[in-house]
Design a protein around this ligand. Structure first.
Ligand code: NAD
Length: 275
């Protein structure tokens, strides 16, 4: 494959770039994921709450690719947190995907007011032990949530998937993850196409390398060591977003990107979201 892999803390290889399908309707997911698989993507990021696990699974089947060449991630929604409800929700996700295992299962949000992520994660440990997920992890966990989880359970999460882009580079979380052997996966890596790609610094770095703004932003992530999962339903952009392994940003470019930090969240605050 054209995408290099990172080795997670349990020895499982995860492609450093994958395809995200948030906000892709189920009826379009099979087409979009099919285009991505043809373009060379091998990792797909979905979630129960995206309501497109079926379309995603159909594309996986239709691709004819060997299952072991693919890396499929899905996530447990907040309302299903708790031990028994998690086991049921996982069965339902596998059923919709049409798979007998996933490569990565994530708790979508800590939802701290529910006070259920520790019990939820105990169910994840059972799913892992049963071989129905090759890796387990979390999403949108702050360091304080990870501390509590790691104190109470035995499997260190393989991944924390968090909002991360040049305007929210998440230095504290990345350093915390690195200390604990947790891979950092960046969601909304392109800032959702809401302005980041038009920032003059990004445009200037893109011009310098003869690349697009999206490509240099993805390159910035890869060079920080992040896993990225850009989303698009436009075939030309789907292909453009994976053509990022044949050039490099230099120190000057990386410093220019570092100046874009605004600590600006596009999504909800994990300290309070999720009921
Ligand atoms: P993104 O940062 O990937 O941006 C996607 C948008 O950027 C597209 O809709 C399009 O408008 C634009 N775009 C994409 N490629 C482009 C290109 N080459 N040129 C110009 N514009 C381009 O945003 P996202 O979808 O929010 O995040 C990616 C994935 O992260 C999601 O699909 C989902 O899988 C995951 N995610 C997870 C969470 C979570 O809570 N865990 C939250 C949000 C997203």
């Amino acid at each position: 494959s054209k995408v290099p892999s990172l080795t997670l803390n349990n020895g499982v290889a995860m492609p450093q770039l994958g395809f995200g399908v948030w906000q892709v309707p189920d009826s379009e997911a099979a087409d979009a994921v099919g285009t991505a698989l043809e373009a060379g993507y091998r990792s797909i990021d979905t979630a129960a709450v995206y309501e497109n696990e079926r379309g995603t699974g159909q594309a996986v089947k239709a691709s004819g690719l060997p299952r072991e060449d693919l890396f499929v991630t899905t996530k447990l929604w907040n309302t299903e947190q708790g031990y028994d409800s998690t086991l049921r929700a996982f069965d339902a996700s596998l059923e919709r995907l049409g798979l007998d295992y996933v490569d990565l299962y994530l708790i979508h949000w800590p939802a701290p007011a529910r006070d259920a992520y520790v019990d939820t994660y105990r169910a994840f440990e059972k799913i892992l032990a049963d071989g129905r997920a090759r890796s387990i992890g979390v999403s949108n966990f702050l360091p304080e949530h990870l501390e509590r989880l790691m104190d109470a359970t035995s499997v260190v999460p393989a991944v924390n998937q968090i909002e991360l882009h040049p305007q929210l580079p998440q230095a504290e979380s990345r350093a915390f993850h690195e200390r604990h052997g947790i891979a950092t996966e960046a969601w909304s890596p392109l800032g959702q196409g809401r302005g980041l790609l038009e920032v003059p610094t990004v445009a200037a770095v893109a011009r310098k390398h003869g690349r697009t703004p999206a490509q240099v932003v993805l390159r910035w992530h890869l060079q920080l060591g992040n896993v990225v999962i850009p989303k698009s339903v436009t075939p030309s952009r789907i292909r453009e977003n994976i053509e990022v392994f044949d050039f490099e940003l230099d120190g000057e470019d990386m410093a220019a990107f570092a100046a874009l930090d605004e600590r600006r969240r596009l999504g909800p605050d994990p300290a309070v979201f999720g009921g």
